[in-house]
Write a protein that binds this ligand. Structure first.
Ligand SMILES: NC(=O)c1ccc[n+]([C@@H]2O[C@H](COP(=O)([O-])OP(=O)(O)OC[C@H]3O[C@@H](n4cnc5c(N)ncnc54)[C@H](O)[C@@H]3O)[C@@H](O)[C@H]2O)c1
Length: 361
C-alpha cells in the first residue's frame, strides 16, 4: 500500500492507494479518531457489482446506514442533494457521524457537497471506484453540483478526512470509464514533463487491459501531481488553475450535450482544442502540435461532438466561473510541463480550434 498526502495549513489528509486494501478502512478511521457512526452512500452500480466485497470489508447492512445513489450526472442536482439531506435528517445524523462516499466522481462531488452543507459540515471520507475519481475528483476537496445546465456551478471546497483507493474496484470498469480516467492522466502528462508523458503513452494498452499492477505507478504519479498542486494552492487562486487544462472547452461540450458526454471524454476533446488554440496563438510550432496531439488522439471521441454549434459553445464558455472582466481565460501549453495561465483569445482563434478538433474526429 502506498500513502500520499495533501498538506494544507489546516485539514491535511492522507491518500491510501493499493490493491485489496478496503479492509483497512476501520483501522484508518480509528487512527484518525473519526466518528464510529457511519453513513455509507454508494453508487448504485458499485453496490450491485461489489456488494459482497463491500459487505465483507466495509459495512454491516443490519447495523450501518447504507444509501444507494443513482448512477450518472443527474445525481449532481439540487433534487438529489435534497433527497440525501432528507435521509440524513430523518436518521438524525450529526457531527458525530462519518459520511462515506463510494463511487465515481459524481458520487464524490454530490456526497461531498451534501456533507459540507449538512449541519454546517460533517466529516466525509471518499472511496473512489473509477480511475477518474481516483486520480482526480476524490482529491482536493472540490465538491459540487450542476445548476441551470452549468457544470459545477454550485459547490464548496470541503476536504475529506482521508481517501482510500482500492484498485480492486477498477477491474469491473467498462472501457469507456477507463478512457475517461486515462483522459485525466493525459492531462497530468502534459502538466508534468517528458518522462511522465512518454510513460503514459507507453502504458496506454495496459490501462485498456486493466492491468493495474503495471500501471499503479502512473496512477500514483498522477495523484502526486494533484496533491502537490492542491497542497500549494487549495482554493485555486493561482497554480491550481493548471489543472483546468482542456476544461474550459470540456465544460462547454458537457453543457451543450446536456451531460450526455462523459466528463473524461469531454476533457480529452478539450485538451485537443487547447493544443490547437496554443498553436493558433503561436505558443507551439506545427511540429510540436503534431507531436503533442499524438497522445490525446489515441483516445476515441464520439462523433456527436461534431454536431455542436460553435456560437452556443462559445456562449457557454463566456459564463465559465474562471473568467474575469467578461473575458474567457484559457489554460494553454508552451511545451510539455510549461503551462500558460489566464490566456485570452480572439473568438476567431477559438472557433478555429473547434473546427480543427471537429475535423480530427
Ligand atoms: N471534484 C473535482 O475536483 C472533479 C474533478 C474531475 C471530475 N469531477 C467530476 O467527476 C464526474 C465524473 O466522474 P466519473 O468519471 O467517475 O463518473 P461517474 O461517477 O458517473 O462514474 C461513471 C460510471 O461508472 C460506474 N462505476 C463506478 N465505479 C464502478 C466500478 N468500479 N465498476 C463498474 N462501474 C462503476 C458508475 O455507476 C457510472 O455509471 C463529473 O461530474 C466531473 O465533473 C470532479
Amino acid at each position: 500500500m502506498k500513502t500520499l498526502s495533501v498538506q494544507l495549513s489546516e485539514n491535511g489528509y492522507e491518500i491510501l492507494l493499493g490493491k485489496d486494501i478496503l479492509h483497512k478502512f476501520t483501522s484508518l478511521c480509528k487512527k484518525s479518531s473519526l466518528p464510529k457512526r457511519m453513513f455509507f452512500i454508494i453508487d448504485e452500480n458499485v453496490l450491485r457489482i461489489h456488494k459482497k466485497y463491500l459487505q465483507t470489508n466495509l459495512f454491516d447492512e443490519k447495523k450501518d446506514l447504507v444509501c444507494k445513489l443513482p448512477a450518472g450526472e443527474k445525481s449532481k442536482s439540487f433534487k438529489q442533494i435534497s433527497e440525501l439531506l432528507k435521509v440524513m435528517l430523518e436518521n438524525k445524523l450529526g457531527r458525530d457521524t462519518l459520511v462515506v462516499s463510494i463511487g465515481g466522481g459524481v458520487t464524490g462531488d454530490a456526497v461531498g457537497f451534501a456533507a459540507s452543507i449538512f449541519m454546517r459540515g460533517i466529516p466525509v471520507v471518499h472511496i473512489p471506484t473509477t480511475l477518474l475519481a481516483a486520480v482526480d475528483s476524490s482529491i482536493g476537496g472540490k465538491t459540487g453540483i450542476n445548476f441551470n445546465n452549468t457544470k459545477n456551478s454550485i459547490g464548496s471546497f470541503y476536504q475529506p478526512k482521508f481517501v482510500l483507493i482500492d484498485t480492486t474496484f477498477f477491474s469491473t470498469l467498462p472501457e469507456k470509464e477507463i478512457i475517461c480516467g486515462v483522459g485525466e492522466i493525459i492531462k497530468y502528462a502534459f502538466l508534468t514533463g517528458q518522462d511522465f508523458y512518454d510513460s503514459v503513452l507507453a502504458a496506454l494498452p495496459l490501462f485498456y487491459q486493466k492491468d493495474f499492477s503495471k500501471t499503479v505507478h502512473l496512477i500514483s504519479a498522477s495523484i502526486n501531481v494533484k496533491t502537490e498542486v492542491v497542497s500549494s494552492d487549495e482554493k485555486e487562486t493561482g497554480l491550481r488553475k493548471i489543472l483546468n487544462f482542456g476544461h474550459t472547452f470540456a465544460h462547454s461540450f458537457e453543457s451543450e450535450l446536456h451531460f450526455k458526454i462523459k466528463h473524461g471524454e469531454a476533457v480529452t476533446a478539450g485538451i485537443i482544442c487547447a493544443l490547437y488554440l496554443s498553436h493558433e496563438k503561436g505558443f507551439i510550432t506545427e511540429e510540436q502540435l503534431k507531436k503533442f496531439l499524438y497522445l490525446p488522439k489515441q483516445i476515441p471521441l464520439s462523433a456527436t461532438l461534431k454536431k455542436l454549434d460553435k456560437e452556443k459553445l462559445y456562449r457557454v464558455m463566456l459564463s465559465d466561473k474562471k473568467n474575469r472582466d467578461g473575458k474567457i481565460k484559457f489554460v494553454l501549453l508552451k511545451n510539455i510541463g510549461e503551462i500558460l495561465l489566464d490566456v485570452e483569445a480572439e473568438k476567431v482563434e477559438v472557433f478555429n480550434a473547434f473546427d480543427r478538433m471537429f475535423k480530427s474526429i
